[in-house]
Design a binder for this molecule. Sequence first.
Ligand SMILES: [Zn+2]
Length: 373
Amino acid sequence: MFKNRFRVGKILGIPIHIDATWVLIFVWVTWSLSASYFPERYPYWSPTLTWSLGVASSLLFFASVLLHELGHALIARAQGVHVQDITLFIFGGMAEITDEPKKPAKEFTMALAGPLVSLALSGLFAALHLLTRHVNEPIAALSLFLGSVNLSLGIFNLIPGFPLDGGRVLRAILWQARHDLTWATRWASRVGQAVAYVFILLGIVHAFAGNWVNGLWLTLIGLFLDNAARSSYYQLTLRQLLRGHLVRDIMRRECALLPPQLTLDVLVDQYILRGTQRCFAVGHQGKVEGLLTIHNIREVPKAEWPFIRVADVLIPLEKLRFVEPDTPLWEALQQMTSEGVNQLPVISNGQLVGMISREDLITFIRNRAELGV
Ligand SMILES: [Zn+2]
């Protein structure tokens, strides 16, 4: 879901990313703090003090969001659930946990960990505020802001609409009660959508009352939550349709290897334009050397096609992402999505045994959904 993000580092082995949209929210929060929040409360501060405190508070606020996500991530990892990364974006943070939880109790603690971190931070900053309020006004002001913002963060995330943390807690409780994850997800998502509509409605009310910024912001959060609630339920349905099926069930086996010395003009004329060959693996005697995509061919000017061999432009095997015949279909789909590719070679012991494409997966899902199996 994040197309323009960059990696800023790693904390306890978990890669941390920042999405381009985060820059907007960072600038906005810093600006609001420095140009209105602090000046309104402490008009006698110098601009230097106001702005440095604005930047510091804003950075600490996002550090708090990161700690909230780390709370989820570390509890997930302690329970043996793989955490891919954490991304900060316009609506906060997101810990990418690729596995679905295996037990209601695990999901319950995983979901609760984030808000508990926020509430604990809120307590710490409140204590710091009380300790410094007669001693150091800037520190007291900063800790007051961070204490209240962490309190809001903790409470907001406990709203029981999926996929907010509170919604995950609700799902875990429903799941425990009926031992049916799909049913639990459906209801938690419905509550999530209802929460989203409340946000949108509040946003409209605020906008009509003349409070444009808050109105727009609430509406955007509502739209985001609605979309997230829908797509989480869709993901789960998809996952269940794919459950128990392996790459070998739907991979295409009719995949001849292209000889490495083939030139691009011959490849295009005799293989691609005739339309029978759909995958372009290169190698000989069953040993794969690499894979060719239409994109690799397009990068070479047409006039040079007769002089360039497929071996010169292929993506070598060691750089290639591939799946094995026993890879679950769900994992293959996720791999294609995270790599942004439409097909993956299926390789077993260094031998190309087939190809799997997004198209084949979609046909498989559609057929199963339509037949209701
Ligand atoms: Zn959370």
